[in-house]
Design a protein around this ligand. Structure first.
Ligand code: NG1
Length: 411
C-alpha cells in the first residue's frame, strides 16, 4: 500500500506547492529509503550487499522551468529553502548542508548531459534522517529522476545508479553504491543482492512469515557531519589492508599486483586461507577490519541462500554474526545499537544487527511473523518507553515492508 501524504507532513501537497511557487506541480518523483539486511561496509570494497527498499520514501513534487534555475523547498522547516543555478560546476554549500545532496545530483547530470532546464520542487520525506536508512541517497535519486524527467531525458537504471553513487561523493562521503542501486532497482516483496563492477541486482522473494523489524536508536548518525570522518577512515583502512595482503601474496610467489581487489581475493582463496594470510600480513587493527570485510561478504551469499530456502533460523544466525563482527572487528556499533539488538533477541527475534553505516542510526531484526509483535513490544518497553510515544513511535519502530524502486509520475 502506498503511504499517505500525512506521513510526509503534508495534508494538501499541491496547495503547499502553489503557496511556494504560485502554480501547481506537474510531476511527482519518489525514491525509497532502504534497510540493509546483511552485507555492511562491503559495497565500497566492491563486495556484495543484501538490502530491500522500504515503503518510506522521499517525494519531490516538481514543475519544470524554462531557465536553468533550481528552486527547492522542504516540507520540514529544519531544511531551509535552497535555490541555485544548474551548471557543470556547482559550488557546494558548507559541509553538512542538505542542499548539497540536491546539488550532487544536479552537477553530475549537467556534466553528463550538458545544459539542462531547472525546476521548482517541494521535497518531503518519511525516511528518518541520518538513521542508516539512506534518506540521503533517496533524496539524490529522487532529485536526479526529477531533473531527467523535467528535461524529457532518460538514463538506463544501472547507469543512473552508478552515476549517482559517484555523484553523492560531492557531499564528502566516500560511499559505496548500495543505496542508489537499491533505491532505483528494488523489486516489491524482494530483497536484492547487489554486486558491483559491474553493477548487477539479483532479487530473492522474502518468504511468507518473515518479518523485519526496524528500530532507531534515536541517535543521529550524521554522515554529512562527524560520522563522515570515521566512515571514510574505515574505507581507507580497507584499502591499506588490501594493498598489504596483495604485497604479501607477492612475497609468497603468487602473482601480486596493485590492482588486486577484494573480489579477486575471495575468488582465489577460501575465507579461512584469507584470514590466515591477513593475520600474518597485517597489523592487528587492519587485520580486524579485513576480517570483517571478507567474512561479511561470505555471509551475504549464505544469507541469500538461506532466504531462498526459507531458512529463517540460519538467516538469523548470520545477522547475529554480522553484528558481532561490526561491533568487535569493525567497531561501528554503539551501546544503543547493542541494546536494541539485545532487546530484539530477548523478544524472540531469530537474529538482529545494526544496519547502515552504524555509529547510531538503526537496528534491523528478523522474526517469524507470529513473533514480530513480541519483538516490537520488547523494544517499545525496553528502549522507547518514556522517550517516544504514539505516532512518533511508529516512525522509529516499525515492521519494514519491501517496497518497489523509484519512479516518476505525471500528475
Ligand atoms: P547509510 O548509513 O545508510 O548512509 C552508508 C553508505 C553505504 C554503505 C553503508 C555501510 C552512503 C550514501 N551510504 O549507508 O554505501 O557503505 O554505509 O554498509 O555513503
Amino acid at each position: 500500500m502506498k503511504e499517505s501524504w500525512k506521513a510526509h507532513g503534508l495534508d494538501r501537497p499541491g496547495e503547499v506547492f502553489k503557496g511556494h511557487f504560485g502554480t501547481f506541480p506537474t510531476h511527482l518523483s519518489r525514491a525509497p529509503g532502504r534497510v540493509n539486511l546483511i552485507g555492511e561496509h562491503t559495497d565500497y570494497n566492491g563486495l556484495p550487499v543484501f538490502p530491500m527498499a522500504l515503503r518510506k520514501e522521499v517525494r519531490i513534487l516538481f514543475r519544470p522551468r524554462d531557465d536553468a534555475l533550481v528552486r527547492v523547498r522542504n516540507a520540514l522547516a529544519e531544511f531551509p529553502p535552497r535555490d541555485f543555478e544548474l551548471s557543470h560546476r556547482i559550488e557546494p554549500y558548507p559541509p553538512g548542508d542538505w542542499g548539497n545532496y540536491l546539488k550532487a545530483a544536479c552537477q553530475a547530470l549537467a556534466q553528463r548531459l550538458g545544459p539542462l532546464r531547472g525546476l521548482d520542487a517541494l521535497v518531503s520525506s518519511s525516511v528518518p534522517v541520518a538513521s542508516g536508512l539512506s534518506s540521503s541517497s533517496a533524496l539524490v535519486i529522487a532529485m536526479a529522476q526529477a531533473l531527467l524527467a523535467a528535461n524529457e531525458l532518460h538514463l538506463p537504471l544501472l547507469e543512473l545508479a552508478e552515476e549517482m553513487a559517484r555523484a553523492e561523493r560531492y557531499t564528502g562521503t566516500q560511499g559505496g553504491g548500495m543505496d542508489q542501486a537499491i533505491a532505483l532497482g528494488a523489486r516489491q516483496g524482494h530483497a536484492s543482492r547487489i554486486e558491483f563492477k559491474p553493477l548487477r541486482l539479483f532479487h530473492t522473494p522474502i518468504p511468507k512469515g518473515w518479518s523485519f523489524v526496524v528500530a532507531h536508536t534515536l541517535a543521529r548518525a550524521e554522515k554529512s557531519g562527524p560520522v563522515q570522518a570515521a566512515y571514510n577512515e574505515r574505507a581507507q583502512s580497507c584499502r591499506e589492508a588490501l594493498a598489504l595482503v596483495s604485497l604479501a601474496l607477492g612475497g609468497r610467489g603468487e602473482e601480486a599486483t596493485e590492482s588486486l581487489s577484494y573480489r579477486d581475493l575471495l575468488l582465489r582463496f577460501p575465507v579461512a586461507d584469507l584470514l590466515r594470510l591477513g593475520e600474518d600480513a597485517l597489523p592487528p587493527l587492519l587485520f580486524r577490519r579485513f576480517r570483517h570485510v571478507v567474512t561479511e561478504a561470505a555471509r551475504v551469499y549464505a544469507a541469500e541462500e538461506a532466504m531462498a530456502q526459507g531458512d529463517l533460523f540460519t538467516f538469523g544466525i548470520l545477522m547475529d554474526a554480522s553484528h558481532e563482527s561490526l561491533r568487535n572487528d569493525y567497531e561501528v556499533s554503539s551501546p544503543e545499537l547493542d541494546r536494541l539488538v539485545e532487546l530484539a533477541r530477548e523478544g524472540g527475534a531469530a537474529g538482529a544487527r545494526l544496519t547502515g553505516a552504524g555509529f547510531g542510526g538503526c537496528m534491523v531484526a528478523l522474526a517469524h511473523s507470529g513473533r514480530a509483535e513480541r519483538v516490537v513490544a520488547s523494544l517499545a518497553k525496553g528502549y522507547f518507553q518514556g522517550k517516544v510515544a504514539g505516532k512518533a513511535l511508529d516512525e522509529v519502530l516499525f515492521l519494514a515492508e519491501a517496497g518497489p524502486g523509484a519512479e516518476v509520475t505525471v500528475l
